[in-house]
Design a protein around this ligand. Structure first.
Ligand code: GCB
Length: 623
C-alpha cells in the first residue's frame, strides 16, 4: 500500500504506538467529488511470464535507473525500422474498465497472472496551483502503476481504494497510464491461496482523475455519540495545510454550522449537537446533507445519524433492540454472465433482492464491496456488515501478512466510516484458533477500535461439539472476548449431518453478548425438484432453512442471522457437473435471480420477525 501524502492522523487519534509502515494509508473521500473518469476501453497485454516487467535475468525493469523501452510501462513504439520492440499497446486487444477480465474474454476465464492495461488521456484543465490525483476504486490483487513511463507506486489488496498524486506529472495531451494488474494468489496474501470464491482479476472498480485546490479537504468523519442528546463529534483532514487553517462544517438541515482550526497535521476537530435530528434506521433512513469547507474547497456529502451498541445480550440501534434479518452477499452479479459488480444499477438490484426477502441487513462477504452498494444501503435503509478478506488459513506468523491485513482494514474503514448503514466491521472469517492467530486478530481489533468507536467489531467464528455430548454445540473462542457481538458460521444439515440433526442440537455460548449466526445453508440447484431428504433439491434446502431457523430461535441472545447466501456465485471449488458447474449453489436465488423454495421460507420468517417488532413497539407506545 502506498503512502502518498504524509499526515499524522494516527497521532491525532493517539496511535503513536503504531510502528511506521509502508502500509500507512491516508483516506481520500472521492465519491462525491467531480472527476474525469478514465473508465471504458483500455488496451491490454496478457503477460503470464511477466515479460514486460522482468528482463531475461529476472531483474525487474522498474528498479533500473534507465528502464529499457522493452519494459511495457514505457509504452514504446519503434522509433525506426531497426528498433526491436516486441509489444504494441495500440495494436493490442482491449478490456472494459471497470470490470473483471475473467468474464470479458473466454480465454481469461481461469486466468491468474499479470495483465498490462493502458489508457491514453488528455489532462483536464487546471488553474494556478491546483493538484491532480489518480484514484482507483480497486484492482485485484496487486497493481503497479506507471504514468508516462514513470512509476507512481503500487498497491496490494483487491478490494480497497488507492491513489497517487500526479500534480506536475501530466502532459496536456496523450498521457500514457499503464497499470500492471496481477491476480496470482499468494500463500502469504490476504486472502491466501485458498478461498471459496472466484479470483476475478483486473481493474474492477472505476479509475478517476481528480483536480483539487492546493489545499483541500481530503477526509472527514462525523459520528453521533449519543442518540438522546444528539451529541456529534468529528474531524476533517485538510491536505496541504499546516496549523491554523479554518475549516467549516455545515449540516444545513440541522442548523449546524461550526468552525474549527487545523493543528500542525492539518486536522481540525469538531463537536456539535444535532437538535431534533431524525435518527437513521431501516424504517426511516433519514439522510442529512454535510458540507466541509476550507478556503475555496468544498466537500459535499450526506450522512445518516444513528448509534449502534451491544448491551448484555441485546443489540441496540438508537437505543432500541433490533433483530438483524440478514443475508450474506458476494460482490458478484452474474445475471448477464458477468462477474464482479461494476455499476450502481447492479448494486441496486442486489439490494432489491435482499429487500424482497424482507431483509434489513446484508453481510458483505468476504471483502469490502464497492462504494456504490454501501452508499445505496445508506439511502435505502439496509444495515451492513463489512469484512476484510482474512479468510480461513492465512499466514498468522508473517508480519508482512499482518501489515497487509491492517492496511486493508484501514482502507475499508477509511473509505466507509461515514456510512450509517455499516454497523459491524468484521475482521475475519472461520479462522482456526491458535496463539499466532489470536495475537494477529487482537492487534487488528485494537486497530479497528482506535479508528472507529462508533461501530461494533465482530468476526465469523466457528462452533465445536462437547466431547462428552455430540449434540451439544459450543461456541468458545478467545476471539469472542474481543468482539462486541459473538458471530459464528455453522452448517448443521450440510457439512455436518442432515437437516434433521438441527432438531436435536442444543447450544452453549458462554458470553454475555448478542449472538449472531453469520452463515448457515445448503446447496440446491434451482429447478431441481425432489423429496426433502435428497441433497441438491430445492426441497432439501427449504427444509434445512425451516429446521435451522427453529433451532436458532432457541438460542439465548439470538439477535439475527445472515444465511449463506443470497445468490449462487462462482467458485472453482464447485465442479460437480450438472449441479454446480463452477457455482456454489447455496444461493436462495440462482445466479440469474430465479427464486428457490427456501427464498420463500426465509422471507416468511423475516416477515413474522418484522411484524413481532411492530407489535412490541405498539405495545410500548400504548404503555
Ligand atoms: C463457509 C465460508 C463461505 C463458503 C461456505 C460454503 O463457511 O465462510 O465462504 O462459501 O462456507 O459454501 O462452504
Amino acid at each position: 500500500m502506498k503512502t502518498i501524502i504524509m499526515t499524522a492522523l494516527s497521532t491525532l487519534l493517539g496511535l503513536t504506538s503504531l510502528a511506521a509502515s509502508a502500509t500507512e494509508f491516508q483516506p481520500f473521500q472521492t465519491y462525491t467529488r467531480p472527476a474525469l473518469p478514465l473508465n471504458g476501453e483500455w488496451k491490454i497485454i496478457v503477460d503470464p511470464y511477466e515479460n514486460g516487467y522482468y528482463n531475461y535475468r529476472y531483474e525487474p525493469f522498474d528498479q533500473m535507473d534507465n528502464p529499457p523501452r522493452s519494459a511495457y510501462f514505457r509504452d514504446a513504439k519503434p522509433r525506426h525500422s531497426g528498433e526491436l520492440i516486441e509489444y504494441d499497446f495500440d495494436a493490442s486487444e482491449s478490456l472494459t474498465v471497470p470490470g473483471d477480465w475473467n468474464t470479458q474474454k473466454e480465454k481469461l476465464y481461469y486466468y491468474e497472472g499479470s495483465i498490462w492495461y493502458r489508457k491514453l488521456f488528455n489532462a483536464p484543465a487546471t488553474e494556478g496551483k491546483q493538484r491532480t490525483f489518480l484514484h482507483f476504486g480497486a484492482a485485484n490483487y496487486r497493481a503497479d502503476v506507471y504514468l508516462n513511463g514513470e512509476k507512481l507506486g503500487h498497491h496490494v489488496g483487491g478490494f480497497t481504494p488507492f491513489y497517487f498524486e500526479t500534480t506536475g506529472k501530466l502532459k496536456p495531451q496523450g498521457n500514457s497510464l499503464v497499470v500492471k494488474v496481477d491476480n496470482k494468489r499468494q500463500r502469504d496474501g490476504v486472502p491466501t491461496l485458498n478461498t471459496d470464491w472466484w479470483n476475478y482479476g483486473g481493474i474492477t472498480r472505476s479509475v478517476r482523475l481528480l483536480v483539487t485546490p492546493e489545499v483541500f479537504v481530503r477526509d472527514y468523519k462525523i459520528q453521533l455519540n449519543d442518540h438522546k442528546t444528539g451529541e456529534l463529534s468529528g474531524y476533517a483532514v485538510v491536505d496541504g495545510a499546516g496549523a491554523g487553517r479554518e475549516v467549516r462544517l455545515t449540516l444545513p438541515q440541522l442548523n449546524i454550522d461550526v468552525r474549527a482550526t487545523t493543528n500542525a497535521e492539518g486536522v481540525a476537530t469538531f463537536s456539535a449537537r444535532a437538535v431534533g435530528a431524525q435518527l437513521w434506521s431501516p424504517d426511516s433512513p433519514r439522510m442529512y446533507q454535510v458540507i466541509v469547507r476550507t478556503g475555496n474547497d468544498r466537500l459535499d456529502d450526506e450522512v445518516g445519524l444513528r448509534t449502534i451498541e451491544a448491551e448484555g445480550k441485546q443489540l441496540l440501534l438508537n437505543g432500541k433492540p433490533i433483530f438483524l434479518r440478514g443475508i450474506s452477499l458476494h460482490e458478484e452479479y452474474a445475471v448477464d454472465g458477468g462477474g464482479r459488480v461494476t455499476s450502481v444499477e447492479e448494486a441496486r438490484k442486489q439490494l432489491q433482492w435482499a429487500r424482497d426477502l424482507n431483509a434489513n441487513f446484508v453481510r458483505l462477504a468476504h471483502y469490502p464491496h464497492n462504494e456504490h452498494i454501501v452508499r445505496l444501503a445508506d439511502q435505502l435503509g439496509v444495515m451492513l456488515w463489512s469484512e476484510i478478506p482474512v479468510y480461513w488459513t492465512i499466514n498468522w506468523d508473517s508480519e508482512e501478512t499482518y501489515q497487509n491485513a491492517q492496511a486493508q482494514l484501514e482502507e475499508m474503514i477509511g473509505r466507509d466510516k461515514n456510512r450509517a448503514s455499516i454497523i459491524i466491521w468484521s475482521l475475519a472469517n472461520e479462522t482456526p484458533v491458535s496463539e499466532a492467530r489470536n495475537r494477529f486478530l487482537t492487534r487488528l481489533a485494537d486497530r479497528a477500535r482506535s479508528l472507529d468507536s462508533s461501530r461494533l467489531i465482530s468476526a465469523a467464528m466457528e462452533k465445536h461439539y462437547d466431547p462428552e455430548n455430540p449434540e451439544r454445540a459450543i461456541v468458545e473462542d478467545p476471539l469472542a472476548e474481543l468482539m462486541d457481538i459473538v458471530s459464528f458460521n455453522q452448517y448443521i444439515g450440510w457439512y455436518d449431518g442432515l437437516h434433521e440433526k438441527a432438531e436435536r442440537v442444543t447450544w452453549h455460548i458462554p458470553y454475555d453478548k448478542p449472538v449472531f449466526i453469520s452463515e448457515f445453508g445448503a446447496g440446491a440447484k434451482q429447478g431441481l425438484q425432489g423429496d426433502s431428504n435428497t441433497l441438491w433439491t430445492e426441497a432439501y434446502q427449504a427444509e434445512l432453512y425451516r429446521k435451522t431457523l427453529a433451532m436458532l430461535d432457541k438460542i439465548d441472545g439470538f439477535v439475527g442471522t445472515s444465511p449463506w447466501i443470497l445468490a449462487d456465485f462462482r467458485s472453482p471449488r464447485r465442479t460437480l457437473p450438472g449441479v454446480q458447474d463452477d457455482f456454489n449453489r447455496k444461493g436462495l436465488l440462482s445466479e440469474t435471480g430465479v427464486r428457490k423454495e427456501a427464498f420463500g421460507v426465509l422471507r416468511e420468517y423475516y416477515r413474522q420477525r418484522a411484524l413481532e417488532r411492530v407489535t412490541v413497539e405498539k405495545a410500548e407506545q400504548s404503555e
